[in-house]
Design a protein around this ligand. Structure first.
Ligand code: NAD
Length: 313
């Protein structure tokens, strides 16, 4: 398929890599010429690195499928799918979606990477608004495969199906969000967990370090391969309804203590910052981010090998 990546910052670059590595011709455009040139060279370098890590089969072939385009019009030539990655400003998305809507045939799907703006906020007045949706990735999508597909009330099921099919073909794991919710689903879940984590630190119930251990050596181990519903389905002999019978009252009672406090109080932020900086100084943050990315690559490689052994078994 021929696809366009509009905006070549952090997320645009990552999508270009994902689509090109998945065998698609990718036309990339950014309003800033030097940012575009820089992005193309970063993408090539990162594809090489992913190949070295065993996460891309043929980086050279993927790079050859990338085309840097001087104008938006040029980038949209002959494409079937567009992934927009411009800064998170609704008026900018509105303007660019209006231009793309007038430049593309009605069957071309227009998706936005927006982290927080519902598609209805920037597609309402378009002639072919039914082909627009949000396809929200997690950074970086070549290592974290979930992508949230979120329709506006007028998005067609065909547009969602096209986006879903493309995402599957390039190795992403699409999920469909059926309502235009703030934060879609992933960030709402993250927000709920963070809210309770802040509350527990505020109560003096646990240190920042031990809270992180509770997740990484506890809940998080299962979360790399199963979600919370499958977890509870397996955690009672009779499955999910048995789990709810056994533990529902405990969770109901806990939930009464989980209301009424504001999660992000300045004094709690200050305390969490103090504890984090005593574990990792500010000048070690960059090094630790590189460590995190290396760990994510190890995980991605393990998942890739698992998927391969399943298909050859
Ligand atoms: N960074 C993340 O972790 C993340 C995760 C998921 C989704 N997103 C979403 O992806 C989108 C892009 O985020 P990002 O982090 O890549 O931003 P970024 O700032 O890295 O990239 C934005 C790019 O858009 C270009 N640009 C700015 N104005 C433009 C214009 N008028 N026309 C064309 N190009 C223009 C810039 O030159 C830049 O290259 C946002 O909607 C963001 O919410 C970001």
């Amino acid at each position: 398929m021929r696809v366009a990546v509009i905006g070549a910052g952090l997320i645009g670059q990552a999508w270009a890599m994902v689509f090109a590595a998945g065998g698609n011709e990718v036309r990339v455009w950014d309003a800033n010429d030097s940012a575009l040139a820089n992005a193309m060279s970063l993408i090539r370098g990162q594809l090489d690195e992913l190949q070295e890590q065993g996460l891309v089969d043929d980086a050279r072939a993927a790079a050859d499928r990338l085309v840097a385009c001087a104008t938006l019009e040029d980038a949209l030539q002959g494409v079937a799918y567009v992934q927009e990655n411009l800064p998170e400003r609704v008026e900018l998305k509105r303007e660019v979606f209006a231009r793309m809507d007038s430049l593309c045939g009605p069957n071309v799907v227009l998706a936005s990477s927006t982290s927080s703006i519902p598609a209805s906020a920037f597609t309402a007045t378009l002639a072919h608004r039914e082909r627009c949706l949000v396809a929200h990735p997690v950074n970086p999508p070549y290592l974290i495969p979930v992508v949230e597909l979120c329709a506006a009330p007028w998005t067609s099921s065909e547009a969602i199906a096209t986006a879903r099919q493309l995402m599957l073909e390039v190795g992403q794991q699409p999920v469909t969000v059926h309502k235009e919710l703030q934060g879609f689903v992933l960030n709402r879940l993250q927000g709920a967990l963070l809210r309770e984590a802040f509350r527990l630190v505020e109560m003096g119930a646990i240190s920042v370090e031990d809270l992180d251990v509770t997740v990484k050596a506890g809940l998080g181990l299962r979360w790399a391969f199963m979600g919370p519903f499958e977890t509870i389905d397996l955690n009672a002999p009779g499955g999910v309804d048995d789990y709810c019978d056994r533990y529902g009252e405990m969770y109901r009672s806990i939930s009464e203590e989980q209301t009424g406090t504001s999660a992000w109080k300045p004094e709690v932020i200050a305390e969490i910052t103090r504890q984090r900086r005593s574990l990792l100084s500010a000048d070690e943050l960059t090094q630790r981010r590189l460590w995190r990315d290396a760990k994510l690559m190890e995980l991605a490689r393990a998942r890739r090998e698992q998927a391969r052994s399943k298909t050859t078994a």
